[in-house]
Design a protein around this ligand. Structure first.
Ligand code: M6R
Length: 350
């Protein structure tokens, strides 16, 4: 049942603190990481966005090169893989055909495959060499929410383990991860402003999302949610790319959702200038910013606050307002939030 919520999606958004806490306790599989020279992540849709974020974390924490590939494209580039490659297949359902075919290709090339999966005993974990389960519980809504956050947590654990295998310790990150469930609980108690904003944005012709570094996949995820639920034109961009083309999309009143790094981050100033650039072209800037960051106030039409966490973990916070926004905009437009048109929960065809 929906447990008192209007939609499964809202219920699943609300379950995220517990899902993250449970996934933090997930049993790490018996898998030797000492010989890993390269990591390749394969996934689709939202799981691919989790993989993109994982790529930043793995390279930063373990200093191992990491490629992130759309599972549906993977085989066609004839990827270079061998026994020193760790392939990570991320899938909520464990049944996504594109991911499964990519996994089989990787195994045939001699790579070892680690699945990150939410569904016990499904095909992808069964065909992998090892599995790290996410503990999101059943996800009913077609739009993935708690699966995404738990995939991130599992990916972070892999990144930390890979780092540890190479002698790096990231005790600060481990401590910060432990604080995430409570921070998410706090974040989820103040969603009223997002609901009001959703009402405003429901009539927009298009909504753009910008971010940099891990904020870029978050922007892609925000746009994907809005496309699939609200059937609106939505695009995510790496903010630095704006001037190379997409800024031409902006006219008077275009909503631009901006993912701002923390004030101490080397990219903070750059994203602030990107926000000023779009605003100068008439954009309505909606900024997702860390609590206490006042620098953005003069350039933001709306500010959505998220709790303080290390840069690489920030997607655990910044994604949540986007999920709520997409859900509420879709509801305001009168759509079936849990069963959007043309989509299935699990895509079992190539
Ligand atoms: O079950 P999977 O994680 O393999 O599914 C992958 C995608 O089909 C899925 O994330 C899809 O993009 C969601 N509907 C997005 O909300």
């Amino acid at each position: 049942t929906k447990g008192g919520y209007d939609f499964y999606m809202l219920k699943e958004i609300a379950e995220q603190p517990q899902a993250v806490a449970d996934t933090l306790l997930s049993r790490f599989p018996d898998l030797s990481l000492d010989e890993v020279r390269k990591v390749v992540i394969i996934a689709c849709g939202t799981a691919y966005h989790a993989g993109m974020i994982a790529g930043y974390a793995i390279e930063q924490w373990a200093r191992i090169p990491c490629d992130v590939e759309l599972a549906s494209e993977f085989r066609y580039k004839d990827p270079i893989l061998d026994a020193s490659t760790l392939v990570i297949a991320i899938s909520q359902s464990g049944e996504t055909m594109d991911t499964l075919m990519a996994l089989r290709h990787a195994k045939a090339q001699g790579a070892r495959v680690l699945a990150i999966c939410n569904t016990n005993g499904s095909t992808i974990p069964r065909e992998s060499d090892a599995v790290l389960y996410t503990h999101g519980g059943p996800e009913i809504a077609v739009a993935s929410t708690k699966a995404f956050l738990t995939q991130l947590v599992a990916c972070y654990q892999v990144g930390l383990r890979l780092g540890a295998a190479r002698g790096f310790s990231h005790a600060d990150v481990t401590a910060a991860l432990r604080a995430v469930p409570d921070q998410l609980r706090a974040l989820l108690t103040r969603t009223d402003e997002i609901r009001e904003l959703a009402y405003d944005l429901a009539t927009a012709r298009q909504v753009l999302f910008i971010g940099r570094h891990v904020g870029y996949p978050v922007a892609l995820e925000g746009a994907l949610k809005l496309k699939e639920l609200a059937y609106m034109h939505a695009e995510g961009f790496a903010a630095g790319e704006l001037k190379h083309g997409p800024i031409a999309l902006i006219d008077e009143g275009t909503p631009v959702i901006c993912v701002l790094p923390a004030p101490g981050d080397p990219l903070h100033g750059k994203v602030v200038s990107n926000i000023q650039e779009v605003r100068a072209r008439g954009a309505r800037t909606i900024v997702i910013a860390e609590e206490g960051d006042e620098t953005i106030v003069p350039f933001a039409d709306d500010v959505i606050r998220v709790p303080v966490t290390p840069a690489l973990l920030a997607p655990l916070m910044t994604t949540v307002p986007m999920q709520i926004l997409a859900c509420e905009i879709a509801a305001a437009r009168g759509h079936d939030v849990d069963q959007p048109r043309n989509l299935a929960k699990s895509v079992t065809v190539e």
